[in-house]
Design a protein around this ligand. Sequence first.
Ligand SMILES: [Fe+2]
Length: 287
Amino acid sequence: MSTRILHISDLHFGPPFVPAVAEALLQTLPSLALDAIVVSGDLTQRAKRHQFEQARAFFDRFPDLPLLVIPGNHDVALWRIFERFFKPHALYCKIITPDLNPVLRVGNVLLVGLDSTAPRHSISNGRLYPHQLRHAEEAFAAVPDEVTRIVVAHHHFAPGHDPVFDIAMPGAQRAIDCFVEQKVEMILGGHLHRSYIGSSLDFFPGHHRDRGVIIVQCGTTTSNRGKGREREENTFNLIEVASQTLTVTHYLYFEEAGKFSPLSKHIFPRPGRAFDAGDPASGTSPA
Ligand SMILES: [Fe+2]
């Protein structure tokens, strides 16, 4: 029995939003046999009321499933300075959800969403504060060991991996060290508008050299703001949590076909597990 989670990001309702791609996403959803949907921030382009209302209306067209949403830096007013400093999430909380650090249990998976926007300290980049790491720690401590732990945060734990320059979110290494202690297996995020699926060990070898955290960063699912290899492309991820493996299927929107289709599949053995020789998923065969 597995748990299937849709991971979309950076919708950017406003001028960059591409309605045809959004419709294609909605068409795809019934075939994915989902248990939950995760939206990792940047619902809007400029945090305007009507953009949040469009995002809300879009979510209302999703199948009736548990939904975890967190804000991105574009969901905080950029130029409306009073609003940015004194009530940065007012519209988001009123129209989308009042919970900026939501916790969702679905099947044998616990998802902890963390608001990484930090509007008083950062314009575009983000950060996580110690109280948020404690919040995650308390949520994960309250569930049995066998529950799969996943963190969702908008900003990127893996730096840009192509010629478009980006460094990781400040404090990313400290947060990952905490997540490893909390037995977090996967982090879902966005922000860079191009996908990355890999391991925190690629960037932060850290204290636990044998056990990093799987990092899954989604491109922009419904806007024209894709960057790097995903320039003007749209992507999402399907996460499948099973007893032996975590599988990420990476979908790309194919414009000629007018639909999303799988582009690659990434299979990770769960901690303490290994692919057996002869297992088709391992790519190995018995000697
Ligand atoms: Fe974005």
